[in-house]
Design a protein around this ligand. Structure first.
Ligand code: LMR
Length: 423
């Protein structure tokens, strides 16, 4: 039965984490996968999440099934959070919600629903983008088309290419939008540009599907980060899907806590699409996992915990911002070839350095993953590694997870980059 099975290479970003974990070099640095680390390079359990967990334990936690659509309190609190109280109170009855397996599960559910309602229209995906977008929509049979989002020359958003894609896209196509903290480039449209994007999408009857994994984590201000979602659904009165993940902003990576929100135009459409989501969820995962959703719900529904959570998000985004600046300052101080202003213009979890694949491999110190043969430096006096390898791990496209930097390693990383570029 399986003689025809193809071998699929491991997912690049998870494979990179595995390589980092297997590396025994004491000064190794992981800037690969987007997971927050504290000032000591350790995973951080948010104090608000810790407290919610304690409360759940004290109040008695059971392990019963959740309903197929997930925890109702969690779904409603998520919709209110994302839309803001005002828009939520106006549009609540026109919004369908379904708990999901984090952001990926939410995108997948959205795809299933869109396919069931509209067949397989084109899905336009920014280039570059998060590595899983093409896979999620491609595996559902959607024809996926990339559009130029980033200009490597200016190292900035290429908004003219974005507009031109919108002007030429087939009507009724789906557009994948990073709500904020674009992954991997860290370049988001300005408010004026968002308005123009929304106007063109509405005019051309394109469906906005927001991938929303960094609300509040990007700027430390959730209302700021939710701006485009509220603009499209509120001010522009558009139908839109929002795929929400609490992996990053609550640090609930392994619990797979997410929610799909669909803003429709009528109460009937919301009722019907929610019933479809219930059926689709049942056939996929039966019902979603309970623990993480209970924690998130506890945080979102308590004024005290929610205030703590907002502070936690400021702690994370402030630390990332200061490490971004520290990396920039060290690169400049070391007279690292090239210009680095783009690094401090970007925002969110990632820095998009603009290094070649060869440099990325040299920094990592191993060539297998990209199958690129590069000479490994053997200079005993080389600073800072004095070894064969730098052991600085970043994604192949030179995206760095800034959260992996701290006072103890940022200079080492800058020196490694400077050294490779000067060699
Ligand atoms: C990332 O982009 O590194 C994260 O979102 C982790 C993942 O699942 O790819």
């Amino acid at each position: 039965w399986f003689d025809q099975a193809r071998f699929i290479p491991p997912d690049a970003i998870f494979a990179l984490t595995a390589k980092y974990v297997a590396d025994s070099f004491p000064q190794k640095v992981n800037l690969g996968q987007g997971t927050y680390r504290d000032a000591n390079g350790q995973p951080w359990v948010l104090p608000s999440v810790n407290k919610a967990r304690e409360q759940l334990m004290t109040n008695g936690l059971n392990h019963e099934y959740l309903p197929i659509l997930g925890l109702a309190d969690f779904r409603n609190a998520t919709a209110k959070l994302v839309l803001g109280p005002e828009l939520y109170s106006q549009r609540q009855s026109q919004v369908a919600t379904c708990q999901s397996l984090s952001g990926t599960g939410s995108l997948h559910l959205a795809g299933l629903l869109l396919r069931a309602c509209h067949g397989q229209p084109k899905v336009y995906i920014p280039s570059p983008t998060w590595s899983n977008h093409h896979q999620v929509f491609g595996s559902l049979g959607f024809p996926c088309e990339s559009f130029k989002y980033y200009d490597p020359e200016t190292r900035d958003l290429d908004v003219e290419s974005y507009y031109s894609m919108l002007d030429n896209a087939e009507p009724n196509s789906i557009i994948i939008i990073h709500a904020c903290a674009h992954n991997p480039t860290g370049c988001d449209p300005s408010k004026e540009q968002w308005k123009e994007i929304a106007r063109r999408m509405k005019e051309r009857r394109l469906f906005p599907l927001f991938d929303s994994a960094y609300l509040g984590f990007n700027s430390g201000n959730l209302d700021e980060d939710a701006y485009p979602i509220r603009l499209f659904i509120g001010e522009m009165g558009m139908e839109a899907g929002v795929c929400v993940s609490f992996a990053k902003n609550m640090g609930l990576y392994g619990e797979r806590v997410g929610c799909f929100l669909l803003a429709t135009h009528t109460e009937q459409a919301a009722t019907n699409t929610q019933s479809m989501l219930e059926m689709l969820q049942r056939s996929e995962v039966s019902n979603p996992p309970g623990f993480g959703a209970k924690i998130a719900s506890q945080v979102l529904r308590s004024e005290e915990l929610k205030r703590m959570w907002y502070t936690d998000m400021i702690t994370m985004s402030d630390r990332i911002r200061s490490m971004r600046k520290a990396l920039y300052d060290h690169l400049l101080a070391l007279e690292t070839p090239g210009s680095w202003d783009h690094l401090i213009r970007q925002s969110g979890m990632f820095g998009f350095l603009g290094l070649s694949a060869e440099v990325v491999v040299q920094l990592r110190g191993m060539s297998e993953s990209l199958d690129i043969k590069v000479p490994v430096r053997k200079d005993e006096n080389a600073n800072p590694s004095t070894a064969e390898q730098y052991h600085v791990y970043m994604a192949d496209n030179s995206r760095v997870s800034i959260a992996g930097l701290n006072e103890g390693n940022v200079e080492y990383v800058a020196r490694s980059i400077a050294e490779v570029l000067k060699a």
